[in-house]
Design a protein around this ligand. Structure first.
Ligand code: ZN
Ligand code: ZN
Length: 243
């Protein structure tokens, strides 16, 4: 099992250690057919890509596509889910530079509104220490993901359920309906084997990405093949791998 298109990697435009050119070079070295640079959405004050950087990233990527014919390079962004109503932190002015977008949940972002800070961000932090609110928070998070898929044209959800509890059954059902890929990510604990077994019941597809923040990790799956085997996921349902 080998990744053919690593659809989730980070560069120095957010908190990756290597430049786009270095990440692409590494992708060529290990025989990837394609690589996507997907730095963090702008609502993250430390890691988010600055609005003005998108045009520059696009130019760099277009130049690399001109230069190499053995690899395709794509520009994406790992947008943040920032509100209970499914808000994300990428707007049309940035979207126009991207080939597609992915969405994930992260800590430390700036919520879509003050009310989202109170009803969405804070409860997600406190659900960790107050188990009795977990059920309500899970319901809210699940609805937020479903609304996000209704509202936006999103290619994949990165590490679903990581850092925030969700009902994977409902999220996977909506992902199948809207054609959104669910990621199996070697750097995060979700999706795990149990969640994958639930998500597989619906007819959506999956993707394995490295989430590399440095060249050494490009295309690296760590223990994901074992997770896939343990869950019994048919390999043809993973869109970016080869034998
Ligand atoms: Zn992430
Ligand atoms: Zn990431």
């Amino acid at each position: 099992m080998k990744i053919t298109h690593d659809m989730h990697t980070h560069s120095t435009y957010s908190h990756g250690k290597n430049t786009i050119a270095e990440m692409v070079d590494q992708g060529r070295k290990i025989g990837l057919k394609a690589i996507t640079i997907s730095d963090h959405g702008r609502s993250h004050p430390l890691f988010g890509v600055r609005k003005k950087s998108f045009a520059k990233m696009r130019r760099e990527i277009d130049a690399l596509n001109q230069k190499y014919d053995d690899i395709d390079v794509y520009l994406s962004v790992e947008s943040n889910l920032t509100g209970a109503n499914g808000d994300i932190d990428i707007k049309d002015e940035e979207l126009k530079y991207c080939d597609w977008i992915s969405v994930g949940y992260h800590y430390g972002y700036v919520a879509a509104s003050f009310s989202d800070f109170l009803r969405f961000a804070i409860p997600n932090y406190t659900a960790k220490v107050l188990p009795f609110i977990r059920k309500r928070v899970t319901r809210m998070n699940t609805q937020s993901y479903v609304k996000m898929m209704e509202r936006y044209d999103v290619k994949l959800i990165t590490h679903p359920g990581d850092k925030m509890p969700i009902d994977i059954d409902a999220v996977a059902k909506a992902a199948a309906k809207y054609g959104v890929l669910l990621e199996i990510n070697p750097r995060h604990d979700h999706l795990n084997v149990e969640e994958l077994k639930i998500a597989m019941k619906y007819n959506g597809n999956f993707v394995i990405n490295s989430d590399a923040h440095c060249i050494e990790a490009v295309g690296d799956m760590r223990n994901v093949p074992e997770i896939v085997t343990a869950a019994g996921l048919p390999l043809e349902r993973i869109v970016n791998i080869a034998d």
